[in-house]
Design a protein around this ligand. Structure first.
Ligand SMILES: NC(=O)c1ccc[n+]([C@@H]2O[C@H](COP(=O)([O-])OP(=O)(O)OC[C@H]3O[C@@H](n4cnc5c(N)ncnc54)[C@H](O)[C@@H]3O)[C@@H](O)[C@H]2O)c1
Length: 249
């Protein structure tokens, strides 16, 4: 199936590693040119270099998406490098898990800032370009945690917020042939998840609640993002696609 992504330009935030990198590679494998945007410039450069060596089109940029000047610079550098921008994947996110009685204000703020404010700032910077070309795809990475997870009041709030943000933008921007969707991954093996405290306990709880009896892999998410970014998904907007192996709630 041709996804129609050849020569499209995509920004993927938080793509130095994990789901972002898998998504960047998947889009590039379809012929897209991809900005590897990450707060960790060294890792972003290494990932972009590895992609280039595999014949994939990629360019690294170091940005903190919670900073509006960085968000603007990211979009300017994308246009400067590739001449356009068509697809934005708001993927960067961080967990700071604690029960609420032990959660600091800083742990609340960083999770909300990276996930929600970051998605807002980069979307705001990209949108005028999508509107001008009357075509665009925005895919926001939420999480199954939007249903609520113990120890994740900050993360669950941010990921539920992303779904409201997605619906509002979808309504606002539909007239310009811009679709905006959220993707809610379940339990996917990445560095972030492997580093979680009580990983084994979380894994057992996840498997017990899932229809498909396996932990997800980054490609499961990347394939779904590629579909939502494609021409085939042109009539889908404001939705939340759960990529959870059949776990709801
Ligand atoms: N892995 C899972 O099981 C899972 C499940 C549901 C949702 N998610 C979500 O998917 C996304 C990616 O998760 P992952 O597991 O690949 O995480 P990860 O920690 O492996 O990767 C996140 C990347 O984001 C970057 N980043 C962090 N703060 C940033 C900032 N301020 N500006 C720019 N870049 C920043 C990090 O440097 C890192 O490279 C996150 O939003 C996460 O919440 C993951």
């Amino acid at each position: 199936m041709d996804l129609g992504l050849k020569d499209k330009v995509a920004i993927v935030t938080g793509s130095a590693r994990g789901l972002g990198l898998a998504t960047a590679k998947r889009l590039a494998a379809e012929g897209a040119r991809v900005m590897i945007a990450d707060i960790n410039l060294e890792a972003a450069q290494a990932s972009a270099a590895a992609m280039l060596s595999e014949g994939l089109s990629a360019h690294a940029v170091g940005v903190d998406i919670t900073n509006s000047a960085d968000a603007e610079r990211l979009v300017a550098e994308t246009i400067g490098t590739f001449g356009a921008v068509h697809i934005l994947v708001n993927n960067a996110g961080v967990p700071r898990d604690k029960l609420i009685v032990k959660m600091s204000e800083e742990e609340w703020d960083i999770v909300i800032d990276v996930t929600l404010k970051g998605a807002f700032l980069v979307s705001r910077a990209v949108m005028p370009h999508l509107i001008a070309q009357r075509w665009g795809r925005v895919i926001n990475i939420s999480s199954r945690a939007h249903f609520g997870n113990p120890g994740q009041a900050n993360y669950s709030a941010a990921k539920a917020g992303i779904i409201g943000f997605t619906k509002a933008l979808a309504i606002e921007q539909g007239r310009y042939e811009i679709t905006v969707n959220a993707l809610a991954p379940g339990f996917i093996a990445t560095e972030m998840v492997l580093a979680l405290p009580h990983f084994e306990k979380i894994r057992e709880r996840a498997l017990a609640a899932m229809s498909l009896q396996r932990v997800g892999v980054p490609a499961d998410v990347a394939n779904a993002v590629a579909y939502l970014a494609s021409e085939q998904a042109a009539f889908i907007t404001g939705e939340t696609l759960h990529v959870t192996g059949g776990r709801y709630g």
